[in-house]
Design a protein around this ligand. Structure first.
Ligand code: CIR
Length: 253
């Protein structure tokens, strides 16, 4: 059960954020509207949403998930792998300190983006990606093991972040796409398989009684509903343009 969520408003420089998507430049007004709907959805799920002001110095800073890994017992401040994003942790640190007593840090030369971390009950999966290096992944694995959790490092082939292609819904059920469909480390879970043309929907978030999914993915929505979950659909076009998915826009704890 998540009680809290943290989000950050996209600033006017959002349109200059990092991207590999080729979907065009985002429209700020539309992004702000979609972000408001995202906040409303987190409230509908029963979380208290902490809304942080924008910071135009960091165009990508609305993607707060990458700055930290939050668990029920402790927090880890990440060390974001993109140079232009690394300073985002300085805005986030005091906020996280207001919620947590035990805080760990990923330290250079380790880099780590929170989007590469997936929790399945007491087991954390850590993606090694273009943003999270092996040193960062090893540091985090050590922290989890010290705190009594299991941790597995997963080497990504194509996905941007680990959670770009996988989500956990509870009840040992995962939503998977692409390279994770037949991945040996996920073979013991019940799987909802996302079809290729809906791959963006693999980044969905289970928040209490709902699964929030990106609008326009009817096959995935139906499969999630058939598995017994209620869904909330959100328009995500302006975040997708900067490679952002639903999970990236919040920290949930
Ligand atoms: C970036 O390239 O860092 C941002 N434009 C998108 C970050 C998406 N975050 C995530 O998947 N956790």
């Amino acid at each position: 059960m998540y009680k809290n969520t943290i989000v950050k408003i996209p600033g006017e420089t959002y349109v200059n954020g990092l991207t590999t998507s080729n979907l065009g430049r985002p429209e700020l007004a539309k992004a702000l509207e979609q972000h408001k709907a995202y906040i409303r959805a987190l409230e509908k799920c029963g979380t208290k949403v902490t809304v942080l002001p924008d910071n135009i110095e960091f165009p990508d800073s609305t993607f707060v998930e990458d700055t930290a890994v939050l668990t029920s017992k402790f927090a880890v401040i990440s060390n974001p792998g993109a140079l232009s994003r690394n300073g985002e942790i300085h805005d986030m640190e005091p906020v996280i300190k207001s919620f947590y007593e035990t805080i760990y840090y990923i330290k250079a030369p380790g880099t780590l983006d929170g989007g590469d971390i997936l929790q399945i009950e007491e087991h954390f999966y850590i993606g090694v990606s273009a943003r999270t290096n092996l040193e960062g992944a090893r540091q985090l694995k050590q922290i989890f093991e010290y705190e009594g959790y299991k941790a597995t490092i997963i080497h990504l082939e194509k996905f941007f972040h680990l959670k770009t292609g996988i989500a956990y819904l509870g009840d040992q059920t995962i939503v998977v796409a692409g390279e994770f469909i037949d991945h040996p480390d996920f073979k013991s879970y019940k799987k909802i398989i996302v079809p290729r043309e809906e791959e963006y929907a693999a980044n969905c978030v289970h928040v209490n009684d709902y699964v929030i999914i990106p609008a326009g993915n009817p096959v995935t929505k139906q499969k999630i509903n058939e598995a017994g979950y209620q869904t909330i659909e959100l328009e995500m076009s302006e975040f997708r343009k900067l490679d952002g998915g639903l999970s990236c826009l919040s920290l949930r704890f």
